[in-house]
Design a binder for this molecule. Structure first.
Ligand code: GLU
Length: 340
């Protein structure tokens, strides 16, 4: 752990670094190729204006992981979440900022949303350009995250993500561009708010259950149930479903076409999987908007669940946590989709 700034009575914001492009480095400041997760958090913090940071927060930092987020695993989520919960219990820490690769930041955000137990702000942040880039976006995003985390307005809002001046809820965030710096959009209703002139402006609240209202406890969990995401398309075969079952999946999230639909062959395989005890959740390859029950598929008859407003990747996390909590009844799992 490294102490960076001591600003007396300012909130203590603890920065947990995990790697990603925000910690990326390249030999060229203009080329698009680079290595993610190369620069340590203490160096990244040197790019921030110390006197400006000191107006908002006292910083402490820790390098908890150093990876591109495409290499993060559910064990890493458990590691991060347990460390965050430990820090949140410390009365000397007011808020947490997590620097993270953008590829799977939405998954870590959702996992933390459902497994951290505090009203204290937890803010995830990343960057699309490496730290060595001309016009790197990391320092400004990180500065915004520190200001957001230090604000009393952020308390009780659940896990947040700030990116390119926007504030998003972890319940409703999806990566929306593989390359552009405005890389995150809400999958449903809208941004929670905006950062402007070093102030968060919140426009709405998140009414989904999260953090202190979440029933999920991973403090004694060392591994999570295997849940696979499969993707639908015209002419998709049953093979992927059969392989997932054969390989030990306890759940399948099927990102179907349109309103979570699949062809007859896939449906037959999913029914068979469901009858064998594998939990099947219908969701959609369309990221935006809900996949509700009571469409073209008789979910109740087959024991299927639908994701409603969750992306396939968020759905997978809810299913993993539900199964980990011993919930196997489809109706109960359906209730989880609706309340988180
Ligand atoms: N693939 C890397 C990661 O997710 C870099 C992408 C990024 O952070 O923007 O960590």
């Amino acid at each position: 752990m490294a102490s960076f700034l001591s600003a007396g009575d300012k909130p203590v914001v603890y920065i947990l670094a995990t790697g990603g492009t925000i910690a990326g480095a390249s030999s060229s400041s203009t080329a698009s190729s680079y290595d993610a997760g190369k620069v340590l958090i203490e160096t990244i913090l040197q790019a921030l204006p110390k006197d400006e940071v000191a107006k908002y927060a006292t910083l402490k930092s820790e390098q908890v992981l150093q990876k591109g987020s495409q290499n993060l695993t559910p064990s890493d989520w458990l590691k991060i979440s347990k460390r965050v919960n430990e820090l949140l219990k410390d009365k000397n820490i007011d808020a947490i900022v997590i620097t993270h690769g953008t590829d799977t930041i939405e998954e870590s955000a959702m996992f933390l949303q459902l497994t951290t137990k505090s009203d204290k702000p937890v803010v995830l942040v990343g960057a699309m350009r490496p730290s060595t880039s001309l016009s790197a976006d990391g320092p400004k995003n990180l500065f915004d995250a520190i200001v957001l985390a230090s604000s009393p307005l952020s308390k009780g809002k659940g896990v947040l993500l700030t990116f390119n001046g926007n504030i998003l809820s972890a319940s409703d965030v999806t990566k929306s561009s593989p390359v552009h710096i405005d890389a995150f959009k809400p999958a449903n209703i809208g941004y929670l708010g905006y950062m402007w002139n070093n102030t968060p402006y919140f426009l709405r609240d998140n009414l989904q259950r999260h953090t202190t209202q979440s029933q999920f406890d991973i403090s004694n969990t060392s591994s999570l149930p295997q849940v696979e995401i499969l993707y639908g398309y015209a002419g998709s075969s049953a093979k992927a479903v059969e392989d997932a079952v054969k390989n030990g999946a306890k759940g399948i999230v099927y990102a179907g076409v349109g309103n979570g639909n699949f062809n007859d062959e896939v449906q037959k395989a999913l029914i068979k999987a469901s009858q064998s005890g594998v939990k099947v959740v219908r969701t959609s390859r369309i990221i935006y908007g809900p996949t509700p029950q009571w469409g073209e598929v008789d979910d109740e008859k087959y024991g299927f669940i639908t994701s409603w407003w969750h992306t396939p990747q968020a759905t997978r996390i809810i299913l993993m946590l539900g199964l980990n909590a011993g919930i196997t009844d489809s109706k109960e799992l359906q209730k989880l989709m609706l309340s988180y």
